[in-house]
Design a protein around this ligand. Structure first.
Ligand code: SDX
Length: 428
């Protein structure tokens, strides 16, 4: 294959280098395009064909349904690793040995407290506030209590910022839920594992000791691993472009949380459950909702279906679907919503509208069924997505900053008015 791409504009030919990644993906390096062509740029709404960066963190192949973190398959990681190991892998590039993992967890625990004034900010929110809005605000507020910006050239400073946010973020997640439920803000215990401590902070009743459930710990651990990173998705791109202005890590993460909230992105897991509930209330009439999803005049979409990159099964959805059966059976939960979801999936996979557009269940389609069985309120589902995605966001932000990427500033194609002289108000 040639190592150059040739572009012809108005009879003049321009050559641009072809760059090949380690998985043999090929990209046209257009860094010089505007300069050599005297101003010609590209336009690609939603960046469907445009790579924003080179990255060594996550590889996915949408056609083959492959997802790997630093070369390890999502299937093996979900089966054999725990969330903290995967967080370490994403952020530092290698699976930790026991000593590294123990130190990582111990350093995280040192930061697993937040300034008590955070509670005053939390108290200012009405109980009706959506947890994603609260979480984005509290994450940004952490900057007020940790004002020193990270010197990314110092490995020690970068490491300390990473363990700090990994220690504090689960507290913000748990307190966001408990505030909404009118429950006291629990700190958990430093004697617990990372995921055990999250569950205790979320679920411990003030009048009882909290009994850990292996089923819940394993289910949450697996869900967090499956959500941990996903290359240049909307919220990760937001974290990267925010950090590219050298804004701090915490505020970059807060921007990512806001982007994740949208129902086309992480907010879909809440929208899926609401959709499945509506179908159940409607007598389980899945055919009616399939028709609505295909009707272009109807804004309704089959939430949890379709993906910008996966034109095959989302490998995470496959794993979560199996886990949903296991967790509900282990918990003795019989949720008719799961059967409705399976029925909807079966119908969609046999329907030409979905088959022709390669619309398959994505990560959000089954995850909410497990969260609900675990007793997590539906408005907290996207917060749980953010909890899982945190190490991926950190890894991507760190990669962007340490590779000294330029500030993100896309071009545009202007299609507005050409020059016109000012018109005084009496002439308008
Ligand atoms: C996540 O990018 C990531 O990696 C994200 C994520 C991650 O881990 O970070 O994987 C997490 O966000 C998963 C996606 C969750 N969102 C949903 O489940 C919302 C429902 N899905 C869609 O809105 C949609 O599929 C997107 C947003 C996910 C992808 O949209 P695209 O790539 O912009 O595709 P599109 O909107 O141009 O759709 C192509 C066609 C259109 O029909 P035509 O115009 O060709 O006739 O497919 C149709 C769409 O109308 N279509 C759907 C549909 N999704 C796409 N029709 C009905 N129901 C759907 N869900």
């Amino acid at each position: 294959m040639s190592d150059k791409a040739t572009l012809e504009i108005n009879g003049k030919k321009y050559e641009f280098p072809l760059v090949t990644g380690t998985e043999n993906e090929v990209a046209i390096d257009i860094k010089t395009l505007r300069g050599v062509t005297g101003g010609v740029t590209t336009v690609d709404p939603g960046y469907k064909n445009t790579g924003s960066c080179e990255s060594a963190i996550t590889f996915l192949d949408g056609e083959k349904g492959i997802l790997r973190y630093r070369g390890y398959s999502i299937e093996e990681l979900a089966e054999k690793a725990d969330f903290l190991e995967v967080a370490y892998l994403l952020i530092f590039g290698e699976l930790p040995n026991q000593e590294e993992l123990d130190k990582f967890h111990s350093d995280i625990k040192k930061h697993a407290v937040v300034d008590d004034d955070i509670k005053k900010i939390l108290d200012a929110f009405p109980k009706s506030a959506h947890p994603m809005g609260v979480l984005a605000s509290l994450t940004s507020a952490l900057t007020a209590f940790n004002p020193t910006s990270v010197n990314v050239d110092s490995e020690e400073e970068m490491y300390n910022a990473i363990v700090r946010i990994l220690g504090k973020f689960p507290i913000l997640v748990a307190w966001t839920m408990r505030k909404k439920q009118g429950m006291p803000l629990d700190y958990g215990s430093s004697s617990l594992g990372y995921v055990e401590n999250i569950l205790q902070m979320m679920f411990k009743r003030p009048d009882e000791d909290y009994t850990q459930s292996k089923i819940l710990v394993n289910a949450l651990d697996k869900l967090l691993i499956l959500h941990a990173d996903h290359e240049q998705n909307c919220s990760t791109s937001t974290v990267r472009i925010t950090g590219s202005s050298h804004a701090g890590l915490f505020v970059s993460l807060s921007a990512g949380i806001s982007a994740l909230w949208g129902p086309l992105h992480g907010g879909a897991n809440q929208a899926v459950l609401e959709m499945l509930e509506a179908i159940k209330e409607d007598g389980g009439d899945t055919k009616k909702y399939m028709a609505k999803a295909k009707d272009k005049s109807d804004p309704f979409r089959l939430m949890g279906f379709g993906h910008r990159v996966y034109k095959n099964f989302d490998p995470r959805a496959k794993i979560i679907k199996v886990a949903a059966d296991e967790v509900l059976s282990d918990l003795g939960v019989d949720d008719p919503i799961l059967d409705i979801a399976k029925g909807l999936e079966k119908e969609a996979l046999e329907d030409p509208y979905f088959v022709d557009r390669k619309l398959y269940p994505n990560v959000d389609f089954y995850s909410g069924i497990i969260y609900r069985a675990m007793g997590i309120p539906v408005e907290m589902f996207t917060v749980m997505f953010a909890l899982g995605r945190l190490p991926g966001w950190i890894a991507q932000w760190k990669e962007m900053r340490t590779r000294k990427e330029p500030i993100g500033r896309p071009r545009q194609l202007y299609i507005g008015e050409t020059y016109r002289p000012f018109k005084s108000i009496d002439k308008r």
